[in-house]
Design a protein around this ligand. Structure first.
Ligand SMILES: Nc1ncnc2c1ncn2[C@@H]1O[C@H](COP(=O)(O)OP(=O)(O)OP(=O)(O)O)[C@@H](O)[C@H]1O
Ligand SMILES: [Mg+2]
Length: 188
């Protein structure tokens, strides 16, 4: 899968003809300093942002499941309802409950605004991994998770990936207990 991406904000190039060329089915870690364009690249790849580069883009024919950099959960609903809503009724209740257990979350019916940051992050991860996009995008999915929770999250990702291509952004200092096939740097 290959695409070349260009994006300017306020006349400044965040990405200027950056080519992402990866094998289908790989886990790819994207690295750059803060503000280096990681989220912008993910948004361009998934079509959430318009690509200014006119070259061909293989990613355009794919569907995407996201963990956004922000949780983007509905506060007034339970975690369970958030995930049911986002997966459009295609994932049964038992599968979602099982996912909560796998990640050490004990109360799927708790309102999101009563949950901790780390709980919300894990719910955002469940929502992405149980969704049926053929490319999975995880933008800093481990924020707020300690090393034990992070290890569970990595195991959960491996269990629910089913061979799909995965693009991962995580802090550079994070040592991840997950096999990464390729690391891509956005530095020039
Ligand atoms: N909608 C926008 N309007 C204007 N500038 C933007 C917009 N989105 C991103 N930028 C700018 O583009 C640059 C790259 O931002 P981006 O969020 O892609 O970086 P990042 O590598 O994901 O950073 P972080 O590690 O902090 O999440 C930054 O300078 C940011 O201010
Ligand atoms: Mg970002």
């Amino acid at each position: 899968m290959k695409g070349t991406f260009t994006k300017h904000y306020d006349g400044r190039a965040v990405l200027d003809g950056f080519t992402l060329d990866i094998h289908e089915g790989d886990i790819v870690r994207i690295m750059a300093p803060s503000g280096g364009g990681k989220t912008t690249l993910l948004r361009l790849v998934s079509g959430l942002e318009e690509n200014e580069c006119g070259l061909g883009n293989d990613f355009a024919r794919h569907t995407f499941s996201w963990v956004f950099q922000e949780d983007r959960l509905t506060d007034s609903m339970s975690g369970l309802s958030n995930i049911r809503l986002a997966t459009r009724g295609k994932v049964d209740r038992a599968t979602i409950l099982c996912a909560f257990e796998e990640l050490g979350l004990d109360d799927p019916s708790k309102r999101v605004d009563e949950c901790s940051g780390g709980m919300k992050r894990r719910m955002a991860l469940i929502r992405a991994m149980l969704d049926d996009g053929d490319v999975i995008i995880l933008d800093e999915p481990f924020t707020g998770l300690d090393s034990d929770a992070r290890a569970l999250a990595c195991r959960f990702i491996e269990h629910h990936r089913h061979g799909r291509t995965l693009l991962l952004v995580s802090h550079e200092e994070d040592v991840l207990p997950i096999h990464v096939d390729r690391t891509v740097s956005l530095l020039p």
